[in-house]
Design a protein around this ligand. Structure first.
Ligand code: AVJ
Ligand code: FE
Length: 436
């Protein structure tokens, strides 16, 4: 269930569960390869995995032990090494990083002290403590780095280190290709979700005119038709900067795809397999998504359109927490939490559809929107400017919905992700829309 929980024991259990779930995943991602692979650089786009591990511990120490509990630093000399703003990812392998066993010991030392703190600290009285916010924020931070580490695993060369069961089957028979979302106001963002981050706040009214949106994310098969129709060779489909990027870097397919004897193959966590045509297309940039949409005679949805499709209940007029309602995600509703290491085919998760019948808005793939990452009216940075505020502006595009790699605690109908429009290593796909 949900609703404003105030009982401190319930809040403690929720925080404990979220922190423990995140740490289980972190442990798996950092123990499934040899230690020398934790310290090496798999891609200049990413940190060595051991940096993420100690950064997770360092953020937890800074927020929960120092800021919330007022403790002194355990290892003050390491703060600057794990400050994401001081060192670009490409330079992190040359920093004096904690070795894998030291990083593991540090993160678990911090965690032990945090769990002691959680047992005794009040769950109200300061904004950081209200509804255990700081603990929820730190669990989300760890899950976000677990997704980052999964991207590093995907970029890593060599035999598979991770495996997972297949996601449920998809079925689009009987599904209309698109859904009409009726125009009118809806509530965007939230002022009540206890662990919502600053950029999701506050709730406010938006007027969105009638529009149509795809029932499912765009599939690899549909994307292949764009490619076969010369999508990558015709400038007319491309934003100017996107055309520059694909020409400069000789891009002609999604990242991790290659052609072999006339068949398109893709590499996924160390396994090469034929591109599954019914799966949402993955690892495309905003420019590729935008070009496909134009070729299809359509456009990307705005962020407000996406959120209205995902949250607006036309019967009650209310915005729900998720497409299916207010209940937390379950394995029947959404592909989340790295439970499967791929998106489910289009049409999967009928139990997760929106009231208007839009599927797979939560989980599977991050969905590019046409919108720049901007603050909502009334935005206030909390608790630090470097989470969202410093990234607002036209250089970042918003992604919505969450991928199969996103932890449940870091996923809501209001959750906002953002990245540069050239990014392709992230678990990004899209769906298209059109004016009614
Ligand atoms: C919200 C996913 C863009 O990974 O850069 C992690 C999350 N912020 N540590 C990122 C984040 C600080 C952030 N994104
Ligand atoms: Fe971080």
């Amino acid at each position: 269930g949900h609703g404003p929980v105030t009982d401190p024991e319930t809040l403690r259990l929720r925080a404990l569960d979220a922190l423990t779930t995140a740490r289980d995943r972190t442990s798996l991602l950092t123990s499934s390869v040899e230690d020398h692979e934790l310290t090496s650089q798999h891609s200049p786009l990413m940190s060595p995995l051991v940096w993420d591990l100690a950064h997770i511990g360092n953020q937890e120490e800074q927020w929960l032990l120092r800021t919330v509990a007022g403790r002194d630093a355990i290892r003050p000399e390491i703060d600057s090494i794990y400050d994401a703003f001081e060192h670009p990812r490409a330079s992190r392998p040359s920093l004096p990083l904690l070795a894998p066993d030291e990083a593991r010991r540090y993160a678990s030392d911090v965690r032990g002290r945090v769990l002691d703190l959680l047992e005794s600290i009040p769950m109200h009285g300061r904004p950081l403590l209200d509804a255990a916010f700081a603990f929820g924020m730190i669990a989300q931070h760890e899950q976000q780095h677990d997704e980052t580490m999964l991207i590093t695993h995907q970029l890593r060369k060599g035999p598979a280190a991770l495996s997972a069961p297949e996601p449920p089957a998809g079925d689009t028979t009987g599904l209309e290709p698109e859904v009409l979302v009726p125009g009118g106001p809806f509530t965007m963002g939230t002022s009540t979700e206890p662990w919502a981050l600053d950029n999701e706040r506050p709730a406010h009214q938006r007027h969105v005119p009638d529009f149509h949106i795809d029932t499912t994310p765009v599939t690899a098969g549909a994307y292949l038709r764009f490619m076969e129709d010369g999508g990558y060779t015709q400038e007319r489909w491309w934003a100017e900067a996107g055309w520059q990027q694909i020409r400069t870097h000789d891009i002609g397919a999604p990242l991790f795809w290659h052609r072999d004897a006339g068949t398109w193959l893709r590499r996924r966590f160390g396994v090469v397999e034929p591109v599954p045509l019914d799966e949402p297309v993955l690892h495309v940039s905003w420019y590729e998504a935008d070009a496909y949409a134009r070729w299809a005679g359509r456009r990307l949805p705005t962020e407000a359109e996406w959120e209205k499709a995902a949250r607006h209940d036309p019967v009650s007029g209310r915005s729900t927490r998720f497409p299916w309602g207010d209940e937390d995600p379950t394995p029947e509703r959404a592909n989340l939490g790295q439970r499967h290491l791929r998106p489910a085919p289009a049409g999967a998760y009928p139990a997760g559809e929106s009231p208007l019948g839009v599927r797979q808005l939560t989980g599977d793939v991050w969905e590019w929107t046409s919108s720049d990452f901007l603050p909502y009216p009334g935005f206030a940075a909390f608790p630090y400017r470097e989470y969202s505020e410093v990234f607002f502006g036209p250089e970042h595009k918003v992604l919505r919905g969450g991928s199969f790699a996103v932890g449940e605690v870091a996923c809501r109908g209001t959750f906002r992700n953002w990245d540069l429009p050239v990014r392709r290593q992230i678990f990004s796909g899209f769906r298209t829309a059109r004016d009614a």
